[in-house]
Design a protein around this ligand. Structure first.
Ligand code: GDP
Length: 348
């Protein structure tokens, strides 16, 4: 069914109004605070833009949105393609919106620029949630680096929270470094797995196991049920062997069927308990503070790098230095020092 059919005349006229002229910062802010999805989308587009004027306006909006305190919960969801992330998010999200919660679904997919398709980009995914008034779904921003994509998503979280979203789900594909980036922006990190033949733990990176606050063995239905039960025991045992988390939490393992909507309720109950425990023992706030600190330093690092590589003097000389280093005419260290000196020499 066409999505446009679901848009009321009122919101259609709102879209027209926003399209006709560029909305001011104040208009966008008012829209966001009124929980208007069109205004929220426009603001996110500014965050994602590479245009300097847009970035400036985006920064002004984010600054104002930061002052809105909302008790949102940020949940990261990862797993290899095909594990059932979108099916799970659809069920999980619907369950939350039925309780009256507002749910935003975002994604971090640094490969989207290369493959031209992005997770969540496909409109047929999460068909029910897309139509839900209490849900907001946004595909992954594109970008040439994971750092860039992750930064945009992080800023988008702030906008969604200012728009009154209680639960922010951030989906990422279980390949590469994107899990680490998502882990550093969420309160709870969920890993989706499949029960397969042989050793369940094979092929799973230890780092990801350590990051997970819960593991869901999905597709625990039909002929898979026995295998899923076995996998659940193995993962529980493996998690117990890992070092205890400082926050007093022992990661949980579930067997679920997103397709048949089995076990999803228990996952939410666990996350709810986790948040209550973390709020009580102070780790919830400590973790958010640490994440803010990390993102400050990360942003500085990224921007410094960008300034360096975009510097004309550096651009002109970089290849020469690379050639010289390859030919052993100069050591990589002194080449780096000379290039950094070039960059820091003030323009006359
Ligand atoms: P994603 O790539 O991780 O987002 O995976 P999808 O949610 O798109 O699911 C991939 C395929 O697995 C689809 O055909 C789903 O219908 C199917 N699927 C998802 N969850 C389940 C489940 O719990 N049980 C079964 N049997 N199939 C599922």
């Amino acid at each position: 069914m066409s999505i446009s059919k679901n848009i009321s005349t009122q919101s259609a006229s709102k879209i027209k109004r926003f399209r006709k002229k560029k909305p001011s910062t104040e208009e966008l802010l008012k829209g966001i605070f009124d929980s208007d999805k069109t205004a929220l989308s426009r603001a996110i587009t500014l965050v994602e833009s590479t245009n300097t004027l847009h970035s400036k306006q985006a920064n002004e909006i984010i600054e104002k949105c930061l002052s809105i305190k909302n008790k949102s919960i940020r949940i990261g969801i990862t797993g290899v393609p095909g594990v059932g992330k979108s099916t799970f998010i659809e069920r999980f999200g619907k369950q939350l919106t039925k309780q009256g919660k507002k749910v935003a679904v975002l994604a971090v997919d640094p490969t989207s620029t290369i493959t031209k398709g992005s997770i969540l980009g496909d409109k047929t995914r999460m068909e029910e949630l897309v139509k839900d008034n209490n849900a907001f779904i946004r595909p992954s921003p594109s970008g040439d680096s994971l750092g860039g994509v992750a930064r945009k998503t992080r800023e988008t979280i702030i906008l969604c929270e200012a728009a009154g979203y209680d639960i922010i789900l951030i989906e990422t594909v279980g390949v590469g470094q994107s899990e680490t980036a998502v882990h550093s922006m969420v309160d709870f990190f969920l890993l989706l797995k499949l029960a397969g033949a042989g050793d369940e733990l094979q092929g799973i990176k230890r780092g990801i196991m350590e990051m997970a606050d819960a593991i869901v063995i999905n597709k625990s239905d039909g002929e898979n049920i026995q295998q899923a039960k076995k996998a659940r025991i193995e993962f529980t045992r493996a998690l117990h062997l890992l070092k205890n988390k400082d926050n007093g939490w022992t990661p949980k393992v579930f067997a679920c069927s997103a397709l048949e909507n089995i076990g999803i309720k228990e996952v939410w109950e666990t996350i709810d308990n986790f948040i209550k425990l973390q709020t009580k023992n102070g780790f919830f706030i400590t973790k958010r503070q640490e994440q803010n600190r990390y993102w400050l330093l990360q942003t500085i690092e990224n921007q410094l790098k960008q300034l360096f590589y975009q510097d004309k003097k550096v651009k002109n000389q970089l290849q020469n230095f690379i050639d010289a280093v390859i030919n052993d005419d100069i050591s990589p260290f002194s080449a780096a020092e000379k290039l950094l000196e070039l960059h820091s020499t003030p323009k006359r």
